[in-house]
Ligand binder design. Structure first.
Ligand SMILES: Cc1ncc(COP(=O)(O)O)c(C=O)c1O
Length: 446
């Protein structure tokens, strides 16, 4: 049996068995709006076993009130600054989730034409949409220009020239942001670290002034924004302060060459949440640290949080199919796999797993694995769990961000349903895919 150590490394997360103290579990419950009544797990006032029974498993369930709570906390912490919170739609793009955030006044951060269409379908005003991303196509730039979105964050000189041509062609004045790569190191998983020199994102600082000059001279482009996004699941404020220092220096530089159109400083997303025993960013402390550095710019501050707003508010419900014993190890085979929640396999991410009904059986150390034909298809490794039996329901916590949106049809598995809980009400916000959906557009011959 492998040693039950908790792998930390640069990942800050791990699939092995960290000692999630009971108090921490209560914190996770609190952030999600989870509670137990007579051993039955509830999300807000709705019984999760009831959803699992009626909708089947696997199913993602999101707590509307927990999302609202996160938004309001961040919004009020930032109140001393003119600001806008643009939800990074990539974290969870279900229209019902988007509606919850839109109704609170959020804007939205998108990275593709598909996300633009979703944002508009969810009713976001075009001027509250920010378009980021390193590889926007001509069609995507054109769609954004036609929709007259708030601004586009550009990431390379060639993209800037292309946008200039599109703007001229459409005869529309376009608001542009330059996404800066501030060369800041973050202690997060390398796959989600995006603000360091030598990775594909943003413009290196020495290319920012030439880009600003290009925009200044262009008749159809207007530089409104300097932007950064350092990465995801960042649990320290320090990298933000470093990035903000680079951005504010560039604000001075850009203004010194005659740009008088700057209105926004976009400090990106990346605020980390708690999955186990790690720290998470406290929005009040975060705001208190950044406000004095940002206020002197006189600019409106944009944030693009994704995970922070929705991550803790979602759970993935699954059911035990089989128990097996092999090679001296215990396995719990469940009906959710890496195609439903890829984070454990892809990022070695740790997700707490709890029973839907507490049964008080003695604990067992086991790997929780899915049905997909990959050895890397696991949800937990070497995890102490209550003795589980076929048919038992489980909730995988912290599954509201980068869960369903990263789900795939690998192994021709249908993607799960998505459910919203709001107080004592709940509804299916997206039904489970049907098997026929998987191949309905395929053709056997020309
Ligand atoms: C440009 C941009 N903004 C915001 C985010 C959201 O990050 P997070 O969910 O960590 O807040 C991302 C995530 O990749 C991103 O690429």
């Amino acid at each position: 049996m492998r040693a039950p150590e908790y792998r930390r490394g640069s990942v800050g997360e791990g699939v092995l068995n960290p000692p999630t103290a009971p108090g921490r579990l209560l914190d996770l419950y609190g952030e999600a709006g989870l509670s137990r009544t007579n051993g039955t797990l509830h999300l807000d006032r709705v019984s999760l076993p009831q959803i699992a029974d009626q909708i089947g498993t696997p199913v993602f369930v999101y707590n509307a009130e927990a999302i609202r709570e996160r938004y309001r906390t961040l919004h009020s912490a930032l109140a001393p600054l003119p600001h806008r919170i643009c939800f990074a739609l990539k974290a969870n793009s279900n229209l019902a989730v988007l509606k919850i955030l839109r109704e609170l006044g959020a804007g939205v951060d998108i990275v593709s034409a598909g996300e633009l269409a979703r944002a508009l379908a969810a009713g976001f005003a075009a001027d509250k949409i920010v378009f980021s991303g390193v590889g926007k196509t001509r069609n995507e730039l054109q769609a954004a220009v036609k929709a007259q979105i708030g601004h586009l964050n550009l990431e390379s000189p060639e993209e800037l020239e292309l946008l200039g041509r599109v703007a001229e062609h459409e005869r529309r004045r376009v608001h542009v942001g330059i996404r800066v790569n501030p060369d800041v190191t973050t202690d997060t998983h390398p796959y989600i670290s995006t603000g360091k020199s030598g990775i594909k994102f943003g413009l290196p600082t020495d290319q920012v002034l030439p880009a600003a000059e290009y925009i200044l001279r262009h008749p159809w482009l207007e530089l409104t924004t300097l932007a950064m996004h350092l990465g995801s699941q960042i649990v320290d404020t320090e990298p933000f302060l470093q990035g903000i220092a680079r951005l504010t220096e560039l604000v001075r530089g850009v203004r010194s060459i005659g740009v008088d159109t700057l209105r926004v400083l976009d400090i990106g997303g990346g605020l980390g949440i708690r999955y186990a025993e790690e720290r998470s960013i406290d929005p009040v402390d975060f705001a208190a640290a950044i406000i004095p550095r940002l206020a002197p710019t006189g600019l409106t501050i944009y944030l693009e949080p994704g995970r922070f707003l929705v991550g803790s508010a979602g759970v993935l419900l699954t059911r035990v199919l089989y128990r097996k014993h092999s090679g001296g190890k215990e396995f719990v085979v469940v009906d959710a796999g890496m195609n439903d929640l890829v984070r454990p396999s892809h990022y070695q991410a740790y997700h707490e797993i709890v029973e839907l009904e507490e049964r008080g059986r003695p604990s067992v150390r086991a790997d929780v694995v899915g049905p997909v034909c990959e050895t890397g298809d696991f949800l937990a490794l070497d995890r102490m769990l209550p003795g589980l039996q076929s048919g038992d329901g489980l909730a995988i916590l912290g599954a509201g961000a980068y869960g369903f949106v990263m789900a795939s049809n690998y192994n021709s598995r249908v993607r799960p349903a998505e459910v919203i809980v709001d107080g004592d009400r709940w509804w299916v916000a997206r039904p489970r895919e049907r098997v026929e959906d998987l191949f309905s557009t395929e053709r056997l011959a020309p």
